[in-house]
Design a protein around this ligand. Structure first.
Ligand SMILES: [Zn+2]
Length: 587
């Protein structure tokens, strides 16, 4: 099933079917009924809110064969159906973002001078207009200065500030707004019912919230869920698919913080932990939400935020309730958790400590950046590790524990740390060592040179990069979005999986995603964003889930070992790297 076919299938065929954008609909309907449609329109607004759908409705309306102008577009006549099916030769749709050839776009625009072959009006729908080349803009401008009677230009853009003023001044401009969560949820529910897709309570709202105002995204998510899930789609499925944590728990925690209710706050944290949710994602969602409240408190301007109406009302209420100093403190406190949650062997403890601290500390408590405490006693770790700043050497006898490989005090820290050091102390190591990790890989017990130090070093560097990619994956996708919403949508079904030299491997859920992402133009977008973010050129390829095999080489084993929380904590604390791995000897 092709992604977004639901969106296409349920695209509104008449003005009456259209969801939202009532102000635009009303104005256009009047213009059509009174036969005073202009020659150039500019639709601006975020993606997925119905600009192209509206453009097609307008194209149909000016060509519809229905005798009553007020009933156009009828959605059923020959012209309406031809346009809906994309086979009307006089309605030309262009996506400026994908028309890289300069001549191409210019020539197409210049051909408007020829009369329409069948329809009354020759209609140009130019999506992502701001991406047109200068030559194409000039051709467009020339045409708009003296448009032929038979011409109608409908320009759509997400970035109106990039459209030249000379073009803007010749267009009637309409601003499209985001769909509210309520209206999107209702639409999702309607379409699911018509398609025979069962949705449990809360699922439509979660889909709508995740789609952040874009109907196209909402239906894309519904479609993916319908193809993966047997039986009714629940809130849990939505969250799993999107890597979201329970929005309800985030809100419950914020409400508890505002009420200074420590019990309720800890209950919210434990509820999330018990769901087996990704705690780092939860912390990020929490920070994102607190940030929104803070911005709202500071400015009162909800346009700064990406919110549905219903959400905005809730946030405005919190903003009123909250003290600014407390908000700032909480944002700082919880944003520092990401690193700790990544490395801690103690599950959700850092989150609990932060919650307690948030409610016990005096409000404007500036958090001094405390140095990471050194453990009184090293924790047992399994792989053989060596400090990064030192040449990789084999472990020394008699006991190659992490401690024996500790970096000298004067060696500079070179481990890739996140920009923000934890402001609160990491959970102090306790006297009793935590339970040992799975015994699959255990340290070499003898002084024995690693199979190949160079391999180990390269593997370690690659895996650090992989972890960096994993940690910043959401930011990466956000960077892709302005270049190609389609690629961004595809990347929602992908995640970083491996780094092999100069190639980054993404794990995708299906061959469809693999094929689409590996299309040269899509791959070029991903590689360009990678280059910008990493400052180095990497190639990208995809691999399909379920095809991975047990690692047999050293590199694969190191990779497995690094997945162990305890190993990662040890590597971080000692600024070390894994140099070798040996199977556990039977006692
Ligand atoms: Zn019609």
């Amino acid at each position: 099933m092709a992604v977004q076919s639901l969106y296409r299938k349920w695209r509104s065929q008449t003005f009456a079917e259209l969801v939202g954008q009532e102000h635009v609909v009303q104005t256009l309907r009047n213009a059509i009924a009174e036969d005073r449609v202009g020659h150039a329109y500019l639709f601006t607004g975020p993606r997925g809110v119905g600009k192209t759908t509206m453009a097609r409705l307008l194209a149909k309306a000016v060509n519809c064969l229905h005798p009553d102008p007020a009933a156009r577009p009828c959605g059923t006549c020959e012209m309406c159906t031809a346009i809906a099916e994309g086979r009307a030769v006089d309605v030309i749709e262009m996506d400026a973002a994908s028309h890289t050839s300069v001549e191409d776009a210019r020539e197409i625009i210049e051909r408007v001078q020829f009369r329409p072959s069948v329809a009354r009006m020759k209609v140009y729908i130019i999506d992502e207009t701001h991406m047109l080349s200068t030559a194409a803009f000039n051709a467009l401008l020339k045409t708009l200065e003296e448009p032929p009677d038979h011409a109608l230009f409908i320009l759509a853009t997400t970035e109106v500030h990039k459209v030249p003023a000379t073009i803007l001044s010749r267009c009637q401009r309409f601003t499209f707004v985001r769909h509210s969560v309520t209206s999107m949820a209702a639409h999702v529910r309607r379409i699911a019912a018509a398609e025979g897709i069962a949705l449990a309570d809360g699922a439509p709202e979660a889909i709508a919230r995740a789609a952040t105002g874009s109907m196209r995204d909402a239906l894309g998510i519904l479609e993916q869920l319908a193809s993966f899930v047997e039986g009714p789609i629940t809130l849990h499925h939505v969250q799993r698919l999107l890597g979201m944590t329970a929005a309800a728990e985030v809100d419950a925690l914020i409400a508890a913080l505002l009420a200074a209710d420590l019990t309720a706050a800890l209950r919210a944290v434990n509820a999330v932990a018990n769901q087996g949710a990704d705690l780092r994602q939860f912390a990020r969602d929490l920070v994102e939400r607190l940030r929104a409240v803070m911005l709202l408190k500071a400015t009162g301007d909800r346009t700064l935020l990406d919110l549905g109406d219903d959400e905005a009302a809730q946030l405005a209420q919190w903003a009123q309730q909250a003290e600014m100093t407390a908000l700032v403190q909480w944002v700082k406190l919880f944003s520092n958790l990401d690193y700790q949650l990544r490395t801690t062997p103690y599950g959700h403890l850092p989150l609990e400590v932060a919650v307690v601290e948030a409610l016990l500390a005096p409000a404007p408590a500036a958090q001094p950046a405390a140095p990471r405490p050194q453990p009184a006693r090293p924790q047992p770790a399994t792989p053989v590790v060596a400090p990064r700043s030192q040449p990789v050497v084999p472990a020394e006898p008699p006991r190659p524990s992490v401690a024996s490989q500790r970096a000298p005090a004067d060696s500079p820290p070179v481990a890739p740390s996140p920009p923000s050091e934890p402001a609160m102390p990491a959970p102090a190591p306790v006297a009793d060592p935590p339970p040992p990790p799975p015994a699959a890989w255990v340290a070499a017990q003898q002084a024995r040179p690693p199979a190949d130090p160079a391999v180990a070093r390269a593997a370690d560097a690659e895996l650090s990069l992989l972890e960096q990619l994993e940690a910043t994956w959401e930011d990466f996708k956000r960077d892709v979005r302005p270049r190609s919403p389609t690629v961004q949508a595809l990347l929602n079904s992908a995640r970083p999986y491996d780094v092999e030299g100069n190639t980054i491997v993404l794990l995708v859920s299906s061959s469809f995603h693999k094929e689409r992402l590996e299309e040269p133009k899509n791959r070029a977008i991903i590689e360009e964003v990678l280059r910008r973010r990493l400052g180095k050129v990497y190639a990208v390829r995809c691999t399909i889930e379920g095809k991975s095999v047990e690692p047999t080489d050293l590199r694969g084993k190191i990779r497995e070992a690094r997945k162990d929380e305890l190993v990662r904590a040890a590597l971080n604390i000692f600024d070390a790297q894994i140099v070798d791995i040996e199977p556990l000897e039977p006692e």
